[in-house]
Design a protein around this ligand. Sequence first.
Ligand SMILES: [Zn+2]
Ligand SMILES: [Zn+2]
Length: 242
Amino acid sequence: MSRNSLSVYRQKISHQLTQLYSNMMPTPCLLCGASNAQSCLCHDCIKNLPRLGPSCPRCATPLTFSTICGQCLRNPPEQDATFSIFRYQSPIDRLITDLKYRDKLFLSRFFAQQMAEQANNRPLPQLLIPIPLHTKRLRHRGYNQAMELARYLSKQLPTPVRNDILIRTQDTLPQASLPFSERKKNIKRAFGVNNFNLPKHIALIDDVLTTGHTADVAAKALRQANVNTIELWTIARTIRHY
Ligand SMILES: [Zn+2]
Ligand SMILES: [Zn+2]
């Protein structure tokens, strides 16, 4: 079996396991072990997750009131808006690591549900585009967590998803492996856009917003393809730099 078909096979098995997992009731809560979990977490643990709260609509920096922050007034990011629902802190960091590196793909459905509930309060984009992984890394990991998230979001919202528009043109080093000072250089020119007939309003989907360099470069590529309104949707936003 070639590496490519092995990767597709692995993805299919993961999806079937996700389905199987969700059909088994009741499932213990991933965080406290309570047996009354409706999805992968129990009601109390979901209630206690660190929600982002009021934040800058442009970059999702937490604020006392939802208003454009000073940083965005001085030097706005490429995206027009950022929609993020959790603070990247315990236990969200652990859950996202489980989703990303430990094959717990069922978490993408949980996070998509959480995001879709809040997304319904805002004007919806016409298309969802996951931030792509480079082919080599996709083969190694077997799935792209941003694609899994986007796929479940598109099942909950009347918005389609496409993963063949934004492509990685360079196999950059994983951003998380680099100091913040080197991340901007690493990601520069990492994306290309395949289709120049795109809708006017698009949301980029990713798991975490950290320095924003990756989203910035991806959004620039879409902007060059004449997309008017570019949003960035992530499960969580890191807080410590602000
Ligand atoms: Zn619980
Ligand atoms: Zn801001």
